[in-house]
Design a protein. Sequence first.
Length: 643
Amino acid sequence: MLPNLSKRTYGLLAILLAVIVALVISLPMIYSGRDHHSDHETGNNRTIASANLQTWWHTTGEINTNAPVADGNVRQSHLYNIQVALANSSDDFYDSFVYETIPRNGNGNIQIPGNLSSVCTRSSGCDPDDQITIEPDIGVDMAWTQFLYDSDVVVRISRTDGGSVAPNNVIIRPTTLEVQRDHKHHALLLTVPYSEHGQRFSVEFQDNLWEYRNAGPGLESHYVQNRNPDGLHYVSSYNDSMPVVGREPLNALLIFASPFPASEYVPDEAADTYHVDPGLVTGLDQVSQSVVYFGPGVYWFTGSAHAVLSESVTWVYLAPGAYVKGAIEYHSPSLDLRATGFGVLSGEQYVYQANTVNGYMNNKSDTTSLKMWHGYSANGTQWTVHGVTMNAPPFNSMGLVGDLHSFSVQASDYKQVGAFFGQTDGLQMYPDSHVRDVFYHVGDDCIKTYYSNVQAERMTVWKTSNAPIVQFGWYARNLSNVTVDSVDVIHTRYISQSAAYPRALVASATNYRVEDSTVGADVSKHLSDFTISNWRAEGISPALLGINPLQNIDTMKFEDIWIEELAPHTTLVDTSTFTVFTDGVRDNEQIALGENSPDNLGLVIENFYVGDEHITLDGDNWDSFSLGRLGISGSYQDRWTAI
């Protein structure tokens, strides 16, 4: 029986009840594990966090193609919208935020962080060559989306420019990925198969492709463009001396579909965890907990600071939906360091080669220019990195100091995007490292093989114009048991060749102490059991190899390598080289090939194809004047083979 209250009181109670109900309905539903299902309404966007699919959104997305975004904002694709549905419920789509990155992050070629008028010039002590030239003037950018899944999904892609999304206008790279394509309601539908290793691929629209051309023969050539009359290196028309050296989308789109992480990659939020508040981040050097947890939201350190962690911090976690504008530096003596989660670590606020001891200004130092991952290594430390997307590195991606010969890296489902600057490279692989299921967009050395007992596999590579894919040079070392397997090179766009720093799929740069000399080798050092296998290089590709041997090479094998098309011969990027180097300290003794190998064959090239043609010694199609372009010095005759 209701109490005897006035009509006015009942009216007020009814209003109060309605307000409470409205508030409850509007509260965001919290995802606390894979056993729960929640649909999130974020503005006009609907996301999901279930046991089968997880997407996320940023309410502070900023569409901006030519300037820095606000500190608390995330650059959002101006061209692509993406929704994802489970394949067994393909009409129930959820929004997935499409990130975007642009060359120089809208800052211009500047010297001082945050000062857009501080143009980099040699007179100011700043090298203006950041190896970005025509890209901003022709409208280059790179978009990506990331989601978690445990079964096949349908990805729906629409374009805001009205361009065609018909399946016959679409290229998926790697082209071997079996993705069903359909077209419905002005959107492209891609059925993406589940893989325990995840899927990392490029979606390219043929009406959006750009052909990079160089200005002509010579080692100091550059790109030319006919799109923007006010831009750098504009020409009104191309001629026959300006060959195509690469083909890429102007507006790249990458899809990262990842399996849900194992428990070892997700920290306990309640135990020994420091939760960072979104916004400007300071004071991480004073944290007493072992885990630094970035939840969904936007965080920044400014272009003049980065995350210097306290000695207690061993684990940095970037949750799905976390966007952290900064770089990470460890100081813990722990032997178990980690960086996991499906958030983004972005270097977009830093200038190129930001020097941490010089006000983060553009002033190159191999020691003090900022690395996105940096730290101090105790004897026997292992660093585990899983799930993270790293955007817009300002310099080398990773560098540690300490006992590097006992440090190892376990990297999986790692993505690097927006590496438009020249000296942006892949992760270091210290001894006993295993790097797998990786997407690399890189400017510099991509897969670094400077240490023994390392394995890299299932990698997708998008290369710009500097350095090789695999690098093992710079100084002589003993090196053994190196495997780089199952690599898809989906883009390269090399302008010209370099004798000292060869551009090739696999190369060894000359000794950095005597860069212009061939006497920087060390005959007391040996390379053995070095295997490159199951590679596919799509589109225009550099040569197979470019080796300035700095140590004796006992056993090196290339197996099952396919190159779709070699670069134009005028660039010399198409021609493999294996030169003669000597040891200037030991009476110019020549480096040996195959001295300690079966049948004295130090280099074996097996099942190497250019296009549809098998390149072999017996086929007489291997030399510098033939399709294989294997310019191996005659001094090594009978010490190598191609079969």
